[in-house]
Write a new protein. Structure first.
Length: 197
């Protein structure tokens, strides 16, 4: 890959739908969910970092850099992305959530190709029908735009990038790529999908 890409995994949420359990640390087929995500990313990028606001020592045990939000108050994924951009040493940063264990193995390459083809500010993954707004490839220069947006009191990812040049990258050929887990039932269903893959 011609450009340096760092990945950051968003594990900073409150996981209210999972009864407050830290989603990245929930076991799926005998290993924490985030390990599945790391395994899918590790051959795609130059470096992986984890954004976590709790259980930081447990995340650090995976051998990756762990950092908390720079902004206080659990402001959502954009606060994690803002903090990730602050420490990004690469030309581009790939953002993924900690609960998508079937991320495409060609995620970074396809996102980069479309970003460059459209000369866009950022690329967002879609499943062919809807955007997956926390699966992004973006330029660190967007940090100031994001800071201004957060300081205005807004939180929605889609609203932030509505005024930017966005490349949409379809992964309709991989229908399970962005399946994420919010309930124990979904976890069981996903375990079955992975086991049968």
């Amino acid at each position: 890959m011609s450009q340096q890409i760092e990945a950051m995994i968003l594990a900073g949420g409150l996981a209210r739908r999972m009864g407050g359990k830290d989603k990245g640390l929930i076991d799926l087929l005998d290993k924490p969910m985030i390990v599945h995500v790391i395994d899918r990313l590790k051959n795609q990028v130059n470096k992986i970092r984890i954004n976590a606001n709790q259980n930081q020592q447990r995340y650090a045990a995976f051998g990756l850099e762990v950092f908390a939000d720079q902004l206080e108050g659990f402001l959502g994924p954009l606060a994690g992305i803002y903090s990730g951009l602050a420490g990004c040493q690469a030309e581009l940063m790939l953002v993924v959530p900690c609960d998508c264990p079937l991320l495409p193995l060609d995620l970074a390459a396809r996102m980069l190709q479309q970003l460059q083809a459209e000369d866009a500010d950022l690329a967002v993954a879609t499943d062919g029908e809807r955007d997956h707004s926390v699966v992004l490839l973006l330029k660190p220069q967007l940090r100031q735009s994001l800071k201004t947006y957060l300081e205005s009191g807004q939180r929605r990812v889609e609203s932030w990038f509505a005024n930017l040049k966005v490349a949409r990258v379809s992964f309709a050929d991989q229908p399970n790529a962005f399946v994420n887990i919010n309930t124990d039932e979904q976890k069981q269903q996903l375990a079955a999908v992975i086991s049968n893959a």
